[in-house]
Structure formats: C-alpha cells, structure tokens
Write a protein that binds this ligand. Structure first.
Ligand code: UD1
Length: 370
C-alpha cells in the first residue's frame, strides 16, 4: 500500500528544520500532505520565523498547546492531535526528533492504526533523567518505520530488539536544510550587524534543564562564559527558558558576552558558520557544527550523537563549566578538531525518505507483519 494521505508533525524549534525538507519533498511528489503544528513552541522567534526562513507554508492545523508541565503539555497534544487525525484520516504520520510533540503524536497515530515514521530514530544518550531520552525510546517503539541519521542509530535499535525491516538509514534531514540554505545565510552576513568579525567570535546556546534550571549550575555557566569572553567575544542568543531562569536568579551576563534574543534559522546558520567555535548543550547544534566544520564544545555529560565526536568537530566537555576557558584556549592555539562529514549527511536524506514512501513501504510493513 502506497500511503496517499500523510500528516507531518512539527511542535518545537528543533523539529522545523528536520521536517521542512521531507514535507516539501512529499508535496513535490504529489502526496496529499497535511502539516500539523502542535504549538509547543509559539513565540514568533521560536516558531514563525522558521516557517518563513525554511519556505514552509502556514500549517494546515495549529493545535496551540503552549507551555505546561510535561504531563499537561503531552496530554493536550494527545487529545487535540487525535481530533485532527480522526478528521483527516492519515495513512502515514511522520514525527521528528525527541520533543514532547514527537512522542504524543506517535502514540496517537499508532493507536489509530496509521503507519508511523520517526525521522531521527535510534539516537540514545542512555541518560534516562533526560526527558528527550524517554521521548526517543518510546517514540521508536511506537513507530513502524525508523529513519535513522547515522549507523549508531541502527545499532541502538537492533540492540533493543527492533526488527531489521523497520530500520532505514536515510541520513540527516536537518543537514538537508543546512545545505539548502547555507549560501543565503552567508550572503546575509548576520555577524556584521552584531559588530562581530568573521571567525572572530564564539557563539553559545544553553537551554537544557540540567544546565539552567538549578541556579548554582547556571551561575557557574555564566562564569564559564565570562572566562571565554576574556579570550574572544561571545554571542549568547538566549532561549526563553534560560532567560527566565537568569531573571529568577538575578543573574546578569559578564561584560564581553553579548546577549541577544533567539535568532531565526538563516541568521543563526550564518552566525554559526562564521564562528570560531560554538559552546552548546543542544543536540542539533552538535550536528550542524560538524556539517559546517566549526569546533563545538558540548556542555553535557553525554551525547546521543556520538558520530559528531568520532567523525565530526564535537568535544564532549562534561558538565563543569570551569573547563570552558582552557578548552577555548586550546582551540584558539590549535584550531580545534577538523572532522569530516558523516555518511549520508549529503542533503539528500529527505529524498530518500520520499523514495521509501513512494515505493510503498506500506507493502513492506504489511508483508513483514504477516
Ligand atoms: C523543548 C524540548 C527540547 C528541545 C527544546 C528546543 C521537550 C521535552 N523539550 O524544550 O528537547 O531541545 O525544546 O528549544 O519537548 N517558552 C516560551 N516560548 C516558546 C516556547 C517556550 O516562552 O515559544 C518557554 C516557556 O516558559 C516554557 C519554557 O520555555 O515553559 C520551556 O518550553 P518547553 O517547550 O516546555 O521546553 P523547552 O525547554 O523549549
């Protein structure tokens, strides 16, 4: 069975650049594709600007779930997405990544009997304290088609007993977006309007609850960025969660750290591409810096994206921000890790997914389930 009616789900900022190329590829091939935005992220700078930058149309449905506890947010998505599926009756639902919208929509679709495809399947941090890890594991097990960005994902899924026929190594859809938009992002020269020189600054992004929710850790992080800013200017586009925690703790950024609002896709892509180095606790940015060949220091105890360390430009620094200053000094002295581009991070992952859908992977599912 080749599915004719497909729903693509987006909810939070890191979903947009993964789903856009897949959605657009399926539309080009004439499928009846519906775009549903759960509204997990809703600020213009966390959502609308990405639609504009990525050339995405307005979503067919905006569920408007907004913020809340994990249970509240997930429960709202479950209820509202079920209504949407009952009305549209998709044969295939595509979800991406590891946010609350991902698991909620995968669960709804699988209970309604639609086939579920998970874009960015198989990643594992093995840190069950991370909400995203719970979302990843549960989404993979609720999905029929597991579309992995790197071979470690395939290995993780096999180790969990997932049947081989459900696993497809398609490559990294987020890097499709990066390749499509990089030239335009560079032409905008966004570093100039911020008074920065190409390859003369660091960019930092921090939003993970384990780093920013505890005031003591957040204060150490801010001090760590201060140590970096004595070596080169630091740009800190701030996530709403982090801004709120800084305000609550009465923390200000040190001199030399330039605090700006969250950036759009093109602006941030240009900024990353011309940075000397990046400091982050994000998942996606570890991959984008590898694709761009920019050294990345990751302030986390673990990563679900080990290929960015083994092949790319990423260094896992751990959670002690005191390590930042010396690590940056080393990059400035040596140039940092050069890395190489992992297999199938070639801008064609979405086309591979569209090929799979078009070739009627449903037949494959039915045959294998029999
Ligand atoms: C979510 C994802 C995380 C992802 C991150 C990217 C989950 C469990 N977490 O975390 O994996 O890395 O998105 O940004 O799904 N807020 C706003 N405006 C918005 C969105 C959020 O002000 O448009 C504020 C609200 O105060 C909200 C807080 O940010 O309570 C957290 O938002 P939420 O979606 O719950 O989680 P994130 O931390 O963004």
């Amino acid at each position: 069975m080749k599915p004719q009616k497909i729903t693509c789900v987006v909810g939070a900022r890191p979903n947009f650049m993964k789903v856009a190329p897949v959605y657009l590829a399926l539309r080009r091939r004439g499928f009846d594709v519906r775009l549903v935005h759960t509204g997990q992220h809703y600020d213009a700078k966390m959502s609308q600007i990405f639609f504009d930058d990525l050339g995405m149309p307005r979503p067919d449905a905006f569920l408007g779930v907004g913020s809340g506890s994990h249970a509240e947010q997930t429960a709202k998505i479950l209820t509202l997405f079920e209504h949407d599926c009952l009305a549209f009756q998709p044969e295939l639902v595509l979800v991406a990544g590891d946010v609350n919208s991902t698991i909620a929509c995968a669960l709804v679709a699988s209970k309604l009997g639609a086939a579920v495809g998970h874009i960015e399947a198989g990643l594992r941090s093995r840190d069950w304290g991370m909400p995203e890890e719970v979302n990843r594991v549960l989404t993979d097990h609720a999905s029929d088609l597991l579309l992995t960005p790197s071979p470690d994902g395939d290995d993780n899924l096999r180790a969990e007993g997932i049947a081989e026929w459900r696993i497809r190594f398609v490559g990294n859809c987020m890097i499709d977006s990066l390749r499509t938009h990089l030239e335009r992002a560079l032409q905008l020269q966004p570093w100039l309007e911020l008074g920065l020189a190409a390859k003369g600054y660091a960019v930092a992004t921090l939003h993970r609850p384990s780093n920013v929710d505890e005031p003591g850790q957040l204060a150490k992080l801010v001090a760590g960025l201060g140590a970096v800013s004595t070596q080169l200017p630091v740009l800190l586009p701030i996530h709403p969660r982090t801004q709120k925690r800084m305000d609550d703790a009465g923390l200000a950024v040190p001199q030399g750290v330039k605090l700006v609002e969250p950036m759009g896709y093109l602006q941030f892509l240009g900024i990353m591409a011309q940075a000397k180095l990046v400091v982050t606790d994000s998942g996606g940015i570890q991959e984008e810096t590898t694709a761009l060949g920019v050294p990345c220091l990751t302030l986390r105890a673990n990563t679900e994206r080990p290929i960015t360390m083994s092949e790319g430009t990423n260094t896992l620094l751990g959670i002690d921000p005191a390590k930042l200053g010396p690590a940056v000094a080393e990059i400035l002295a040596t140039g940092g890790k050069a890395g190489r581009i992992p297999d199938k991070w070639d801008g064609k992952a979405a086309e591979r997914i569209a090929d799979l859908v078009q070739s009627g992977f449903g037949t494959l599912l039915e045959a294998s389930a029999a």
